[in-house]
Ligand binder design. Structure first.
Ligand code: PMP
Length: 460
């Protein structure tokens, strides 16, 4: 029997999954006791489970299915490319047409002089490339001592040893001896949780100035780069105060270090422009891309690099690359995805119609007794859950409120993620206004039910 197309009953699938499949970011024994949710198919913004249950996927998978599920054109592009050339590498002075075409298209879409693409199979790999690339760049300029990369606490840049070291997740650093040397983390611009008595404006400036202080402490001659997500995603969709990014840009412009904007979530329309850097007024030297590049239909990522950095590396053999750098099928699917996002005006529609509509609806959840802050940028949003709005207090038992609401969301046919006690969304960009109404209604119901659960458990 073909276990994929003619599948077993759910309980048997769950038992096999528990027996043989190790899940990412999961306590596998706990999951085995419960049984994993089995997702079988999807269309638009809707997922269907193995027993026919339906969920509105307000997370676009893992922030990646920008175009929505079930686009035939992408399946066709993959099949056609598999027939023509299913694989070839880009090592050893060789190239192929899908990689050429996608690199050219990305150079066209990317702002400024970001004209060169180094491909990877995802965001973690691309950020590993970036670590080696910026350090190699400075060595090639006769400055091998410029090695330190500054990042931020609670940033997410991937799960490999290099990219997780760039990330600022302490619970990840605690496993496997991270971070690697030469990575320094400064504080995040998370006013709701860390702003104390400062106004958002003053807090944004203060957090930006930590970058200047840290560069000056280490010495500009030892700092290779600063890396940041335009909007922190996995950290909880943290929209920084408006004062933050202009001050960071000012600090970077005064100092000769490279700026890597990690656009893995913010790229490809999520903030209402092709890149979050455009929405937030950033001028990076390198952008990390993945996820929405192929709408998740194929694993592909990369680094888009400026003329300056590419020229500075041109005479050096960069001893780096992946078997699947510029995989032809992934490139063909990404190109088709970019064509549809462009020709159907999806990015412009987000900016002009759906993101403003979502912003208004999302803000309406701010009147819920459990919600302290609502934050949104384009098609990514968050709610801070709190037992006391006026003091911005955290829950005594961190994470329980987020988990309670998240469980209720699944029960109500909505996939909304919890990061501690922040609820986050990042729906497919093709979500309609009617579907946004459904999302908000289900979120509100889940907040009500989650609050009742917390009260009966004595946690509120
Ligand atoms: N950077 C950011 C900003 C991300 O959100 C992620 C994934 N969530 C990554 C990098 C890592 O990408 P991947 O999981 O494709 O390796």
């Amino acid at each position: 029997m073909n276990k994929i197309t003619n599948h077993l009953p759910t309980a048997e699938l769950q038992a096999l999954d528990a027996a043989h499949h190790m899940h990412p970011f999961t306590a596998n024994a706990e999951l085995a006791a419960k049984g994993a949710r089995v997702i079988k198919s999807a269309k638009g913004v809707w997922l269907t489970g193995s027993d026919g249950e339906r969920y509105l996927d307000a997370m676009a998978g893992l922030w990646c299915v920008n175009l929505g599920y079930g686009r035939e054109e992408l399946a066709e592009a993959a099949a056609a490319q598999m027939r023509e050339l299913p694989y070839y590498n880009t090592f050893f002075q060789t190239t192929h047409i899908p990689a050429i075409a996608l690199a050219e298209r990305l150079a066209e879409l990317a702002p400024g002089d970001l004209n060169h693409v180094f491909f990877a199979a995802g965001g973690s790999e691309a950020n590993d490339t970036n670590i080696r690339l910026v350090r190699t760049y400075w060595a090639a300029q006769g400055k091998p001592e410029k090695q330190v990369i500054i990042s931020r606490k609670n940033a997410y840049h991937g799960s490999s040893i290099g990219s997780a070291s760039l990330g600022g997740m302490t619970y990840m650093h605690a496993q496997g001896g991270l971070p690697i040397p030469g990575i320094v983390h400064i504080d995040q611009p998370h006013w709701w949780a860390e702003g104390g008595d400062l106004s958002p404006h003053d807090f944004g400036i203060a957090r930006a100035r930590q970058l200047a202080e840290t560069i000056d402490e280490i010495g500009e001659d030892k700092v290779a780069a600063f890396i940041a997500e335009p909007i922190q995603g996995a950290g909880g969709v943290i929209v920084p105060p408006e004062s933050y990014w202009p001050e960071v840009q000012r600090i970077l412009a005064e100092r000769d270090i490279l700026f890597i904007a990690d656009e893995v979530i913010c790229g490809f329309g999520r903030t209402g422009n092709w890149f979050g850097s455009e929405t937030l007024g950033l001028a990076p030297d390198i952008m990390t891309i993945a996820k929405g590049l192929s709408s998740g239909y194929q694993p592909i990522g990369g680094s888009i690099v400026s003329d300056r950095v590419a020229d500075g590396l041109a005479a050096t053999e960069f001893n780096h690359g992946y078997t699947y750098s510029g995989h032809p099928v992934a490139c063909a699917v990404a190109l088709e995805n970019l064509r549809i996002l462009d020709e159907e005006g999806i990015v412009a529609r987000v900016r002009e119609e759906t993101a403003p509509y979502l912003a208004k609806a999302w803000a309406s959840l701010g009147d819920h007794p459990l919600v302290g802050e609502t934050a949104i940028c384009g098609m990514m949003g968050s709610l801070a859950l709190t037992p006391d709005k006026s003091s911005r207090a955290p829950f005594a038992e961190g994470g329980a409120a987020g988990m309670a609401v998240r469980e209720r969301c699944f029960g109500n046919g909505l996939v909304m993620r919890a990061v501690g006690d922040r609820m986050i969304i990042s729906p497919p960009l093709v979500i309609s206004e009617d579907e946004i109404d459904t999302l908000i209604a289900r979120a509100r119901r889940s907040l009500d039910e989650g609050m009742a659960d917390l009260q009966s458990a004595g946690l509120l």
